[in-house]
Design a binder for this molecule. Structure first.
Ligand SMILES: Cc1cc2nc3c(=O)[nH]c(=O)nc-3n(C[C@H](O)[C@H](O)[C@H](O)COP(=O)(O)OP(=O)(O)OC[C@H]3O[C@@H](n4cnc5c(N)ncnc54)[C@H](O)[C@@H]3O)c2cc1C
Length: 407
């Protein structure tokens, strides 16, 4: 019997798609011995499968890909994903921070829910695809065990982060075979190693309210999330969720208080007026920053803390304000693909129809999930993208060749 659809990759998007193609002869090729390996690793083994709230709040979670992701996210939003899992018997829990998990907090239950809805699917496990091409109206997919043909091919191979999960970037080569352009890839949702090691002494300390400014071409400001100091440099949501914009050699300017230089200077002037006889240590103690950070920013050897506020010199004042609002760190490197949660870059989205995930270059070819140049913030946005893109792809395939509607 002719294969209707070949899917390469039994990860989040491949499984979600396969589960919706009931009534069709679907073959899924997976490099690993079992399906959904990366889902098992997701959310520290608990799987944060989406986020609660209005779907229009999701658009900005995908960097500059808002226009591309909008249609699929609306076509199959977070509530549709939650409904899909719940209707298949998986109880969910929405945490106070909006993250959605299986109630059991077991990623394995998410995988099992998807797998058990794929009874119509032929899984070819432990069978990595090594090559694919298009010849005389058919896609031909090759593995070490044989060659398989189908009129439709879906590349759902994920990116190249966490390569031990099987995601080694094969999909980029497959897409390129069909003429797709691959946007340069780099690790995403990752921390940065800083050249300046002074702040690494604060490893484990988290800071709210800090604002980061990146001056690389245009100036970008990031705030509103926590910064985490680590033994290698900087991490935490503030860095991780914006790491897609960072590169080796970039300089990040840290404003630890998140207030403008002028506002901080005004507050300092107030203290001078009202408490001019008090020592500088009085002012430093009042700063709402971790003690250890203040020790690094204002070491006794450089700043005499006993000097009266009214006698702080122009140079001392400049040093204070510079350290608080313009502390510059250079990025030595991004934490690499072995630890990064996603891949930035991938198959260029301009070559993919956002309503169907069909290739605009090769008829019958589809690309879903992380293989595309789409990466989301932490919080369930990447799995949501895998599911939404798979859904619109399934709708498109079913509208062309039929298949049963999912119950
Ligand atoms: C540690 C970690 C934690 C994460 N936590 C979360 C989270 O909690 N929430 C969230 O939203 N996102 C999370 N993510 C991101 C999310 O898991 C991915 O974005 C998502 O799984 C991508 O889905 P996908 O279907 O595109 O690819 P994947 O799920 O990566 O699946 C791709 C599959 O293709 C297979 N494959 C690759 N090449 C071949 C080939 N040549 N032949 C056959 N098969 C092949 C791979 O083995 C793999 O199984 C996390 C990622 C990591 C690494």
């Amino acid at each position: 019997m002719a294969i209707d659809v070949i899917i390469i990759g039994a990860g989040a998007s491949g499984l979600y798609l396969a589960s919706q193609l009931k009534g069709l002869n679907v073959h899924v090729f997976e490099k690993n011995q079992r399906v959904g390996i990366k889902i098992l690793a997701s959310g520290s083994g608990q799987c944060n499968l989406t986020h609660d709230g209005y779907i229009n709040r999701f658009y900005d979670k995908y960097g500059d890909k808002k226009a591309f992701v909008k249609f699929a996210l609306n076509a199959h939003d977070n509530h549709a994903v939650m409904h899909a899992f719940k209707s298949k018997g998986l109880a969910l829990e929405i945490r106070a921070d909006g993250k959605v998990f299986p109630k059991s907090l077991k990623a394995a239950d998410v995988v099992e829910t998807l797998r058990s809805n794929c009874t119509h699917v032929t899984f070819r496990l432990n069978e990595p695809v090594t090559n694919c091409r298009f010849n005389e109206g058919l896609f031909c997919v090759t593995t070490e065990k044989g060659s398989y043909t189908s009129k439709r091919l879906v590349i759902a191979t994920g990116g190249k982060s966490y390569p031990k999960c099987g995601t080694t970037g094969d999909g980029y080569d497959f897409a390129a075979t069909f003429g797709h352009f691959i946007e340069q890839t780099k690790p995403g949702l990752t921390g940065v190693v800083t050249r300046d090691k002074a702040l690494t002494a604060l490893s484990g300390i988290s800071l709210a309210g800090c604002v980061l400014t990146l001056k690389a071409g245009q100036e970008r400001r990031y705030g509103g999330q926590d910064l985490l100091f680590t033994h290698f440099g900087l991490s935490g949501p503030l860095v991780i969720n914006n790491s897609r914009y960072f590169d080796k050699g970039d300089c990040l300017t840290l404003n630890f208080l998140g207030e403008s230089r002028e506002a901080i200077e005004r507050m300092f002037n107030n203290d001078v007026r009202e408490s001019g006889n008090k020592p500088l240590s009085y002012y430093l103690n009042k700063l709402p920053l971790p003690h250890a950070l203040k020790e690094i920013l204002f070491p006794e050897s450089i700043l005499n803390r006993d000097v009266k506020l009214s006698q702080v010199t122009k140079e001392m004042r400049k040093h204070l304000l510079d350290q608080l609002t313009q502390y510059v760190v250079e990025i030595e490197s991004l934490i690499g693909f072995n630890q990064a949660m996603v891949t930035v870059g991938g198959v260029a989205t301009r070559e993919i129809d956002p309503k169907t995930m069909a290739s605009r270059i090769q008829e019958g070819l589809y690309l879903i999930g992380e293989v595309m140049d789409v990466d989301g913030d932490t919080g369930g946005y990447n799995l949501q993208w895998a599911f939404s893109s798979a859904y619109v792809c399934a709708q498109s395939i079913k509208s062309i060749i039929g298949g049963k509607n999912d119950q």
